[in-house]
Design a protein around this ligand. Structure first.
Ligand SMILES: C[S@@+](CC[C@H](N)C(=O)[O-])C[C@H]1O[C@@H](n2cnc3c(N)ncnc32)[C@H](O)[C@@H]1O
Length: 229
């Protein structure tokens, strides 16, 4: 009898993740399909750091799912620099049964965008993939946007610049950040007037989620790329 392939994921990791961030049975089934696809593609495309694969559920999936409780009624999301799909594909799986939900995934790397399209297809999730640079596309997404997200993309002052066009139109920004968040906030306030709310990550001991409801460019200050304005 042929042997089942050995999963690279730690046997207790999924249960730990679902205890931390519970989901419906339908969402769990979609996430299972996403994880299977990601593990298959990971052999040829670097979608997550290989060292994090054994803890994929706690390290990446729960990390993404925790955003839902910070914007429980949000239906239209834009995820900047989605890469292997965190948080965008996970949110699209979780909101697949929500009428009118759509998660826009912006990714400029063609291979990763192809993976994201396949992930949305196999999970029948509520997502739209944009193979594009954020600067060229974020302001062109039609209709109201409730939430803009980013994880492991850029320093906070740059993320704020990327998100500013959609936050100006009413979106909430949720950025997943690491332990250096205070230094990144100090740098960001040189360029932006912001009133951030900081949420301690439920899944990473030293991680934070930065929530912003308003972004205004500071006048008479250096720009985020160092020029005076
Ligand atoms: C380090 S990965 C993080 C991926 C994912 N958000 C995660 O947390 O696993 C950053 C991703 O952002 C994409 N990216 C970087 N700058 C971008 C830009 N200006 N426009 C679109 N995608 C960008 C890269 O191609 C890469 O896939």
């Amino acid at each position: 009898m042929p042997k089942a392939p050995i999963s690279p994921i730690h046997p207790s990791d999924k249960a730990a993740a679902l205890a931390l961030t519970p989901v419906s049975r339908e969402t769990e089934a979609r996430l299972d399909r996403y994880v299977d696809l990601l593990v298959a593609w990971q052999a040829k495309t670097n979608l997550v750091a290989p060292s994090t694969l054994p803890n994929l559920w706690t390290r990446h999936i729960s990390d993404s799912l925790q955003l839902l409780s910070l914007a429980p009624s949000a239906k239209t999301w834009v995820d900047l620099g989605s890469g292997g799909g965190f948080p965008g594909v996970v949110l699209a799986c979780a909101l697949a049964e929500t009428p009118g939900a759509n998660i826009h995934l912006i990714e400029r790397n063609a291979k990763k965008a192809a993976f994201l399209r396949e992930a949305i297809r196999v999970t029948s999730a509520a997502g739209t993939v944009h193979l594009a640079d954020i600067g060229d596309s974020v302001d062109r997404i039609a209709g109201p946007i409730d939430c803009v997200t980013a994880r492991a993309l850029a320093p906070l002052h740059q993320l704020i610049g990327f998100a500013e066009p959609v936050v100006r139109k009413g979106a909430k920004a949720l950025f997943l950040k690491g332990q250096d968040v205070e230094a990144e906030l100090t740098e960001a306030t040189k360029y932006w007037n912001i009133t951030p709310r900081l949420h301690s990550s439920r899944t990473s001991g030293n991680g934070w989620i930065v929530e912003l409801d308003q972004i205004d460019r500071r006048t008479s200050s250096a720009t985020a790329d160092g020029n005076q304005v």
